[in-house]
Design a protein around this ligand. Structure first.
Ligand code: ACO
Length: 332
């Protein structure tokens, strides 16, 4: 039994936070943000719109587009670092309830921006082992809930959103995932973190006062490591599977920074039309970024059944991951 990428769905909140809005909040400029990141605007969820709400909307689309009912799903994996609740219950359990799915295994993955590709590797393993048939994987983030909107080095980068996919069992090898690679190096854990709440810094008045509940990032160090690691990772996955970069119609990288995407794309000698870009209008939506980008290219009609996708991502942990697989759902 093989795993196939059966369908995609996504959801973005309607509220737009533009660079000119941010100019009024912190000492920054539209010109600086565009030049250093390629971001023009990002979406921000309503106060009462939670990660599970966005995830549920994306999931409904993915299930419908796979031609399935919610009751066909036998595993739910939600990748998020901005769960509805920090300890329990898992956001995937809340999503299962909102989708009306009962008595099905559901758990979350914490791998920051790499979460969706990590979830792909989990779905592949469950399906290939014969344990599950239709796995709903989700990348969903309400990153605005952990961003300090007085810190210009981080608040310009992140946005909210969700993407979901159904990964199904198939006996047809032509539809199957070709390869998924996921890795981590915890010695860089301080490059990107939210120091609280957790056992190191339990919630306290001091934690709030010092803003330890907000995301902190060593941006420049992360940038350099991202370019180096991603370039090696995508070159390796292509070489290991004897596929040339010009044979990839859809290179769908994590949308953190246009300059990172450009550097990796150039190292692979990718043409502009091969590279999917959404960072300009959504910013970095962490685990949601790749499925949102896949959804964008599918909805535009450019991603057709059977066409190859190369995914690659990098995030807090540090974690990184890549995947090479055909889109096995129906074309739009
Ligand atoms: N507006 C204006 N100036 C700014 C801003 C801002 N918003 N932010 C920083 N600056 C200033 C800095 O203070 C610094 O000033 P100085 O030279 O006087 O000290 C100068 O701009 C340059 O700062 P750098 O941090 O060196 O800028 P850089 O070119 O590295 O861009 C950025 C910063 C955009 C954050 C970049 O480093 C980046 O994208 N890093 C990687 C992010 C990433 O990929 N993260 C991983 C995934 S995220 C996840 O897992 C959730």
């Amino acid at each position: 039994m093989y795993a196939k990428f059966h369908s995609i769905g996504a959801y973005v909140p309607s509220k737009v936070l533009s660079n000119s809005d941010l100019e009024k909040m912190v000492d920054t400029s539209d010109e600086w943000i565009l030049k250093r990141t390629g971001i023009s605007e990002r979406r921000i969820a309503d106060v009462d719109e939670n990660t599970s709400d966005m995830a549920t909307k994306a999931s409904k689309l993915a299930i419908e587009r796979a031609g399935l009912e919610s009751s066909d799903i036998d595993l739910i994996v939600c990748a998020t670092v901005t769960p509805d609740y920090f300890n329990m219950p898992a956001t995937s359990c809340i999503i299962s309830d909102k989708l009306g799915i009962k008595n099905v295994q559901a758990f979350d993955i914490s791998a920051a921006c790499s979460g969706f590709v990590y979830a792909l590797s989990v779905a592949k393993a469950f399906i290939e082992s014969g344990m599950k048939k239709h796995v709903l994987i989700i990348g969903a983030e309400k990153f605005s809930s952990i961003v300090d909107y007085t810190d210009r080095t981080t608040c310009i980068l992140f946005g909210d959103g969700a993407g979901a996919a159904v990964i199904s069992a198939t006996e047809d090898k032509d539809e199957a995932f070709i390869d998924v690679h996921a890795s981590a190096d915890g010695s860089y854990s301080d490059f990107l973190m939210t120091p609280a709440p957790g056992t190191v810094n339990p919630l306290s008045a001091q934690v709030i006062e010092e803003g330890l509940n907000f995301v902190q990032m060593k941006g420049n160090e992360t940038f350099k490591l991202a370019v180096k690691t991603l370039t090696k990772d995508v070159k390796d996955i292509l070489a290991n599977n004897s596929i040339a970069s010009e044979d990839i119609p859809h290179f769908i990288p994590h949308q953190a920074n246009y300059r990172i995407i450009k550097a990796v794309g150039d190292a692979l000698k990718m043409k502009e039309e091969q590279v999917v870009l959404t960072v300009g209008k959504y910013g970095n939506t962490s685990a949601a970024s790749i499925p949102m980008a896949i959804n964008e290219v599918w909805e535009s009609g450019r991603l057709k059944k059977g066409e190859l996708m190369l995914l690659d991502t990098f995030g807090g942990g540090l974690t990184w991951a890549s995947a090479l697989l055909p889109f096995a759902g129906e074309s739009k």
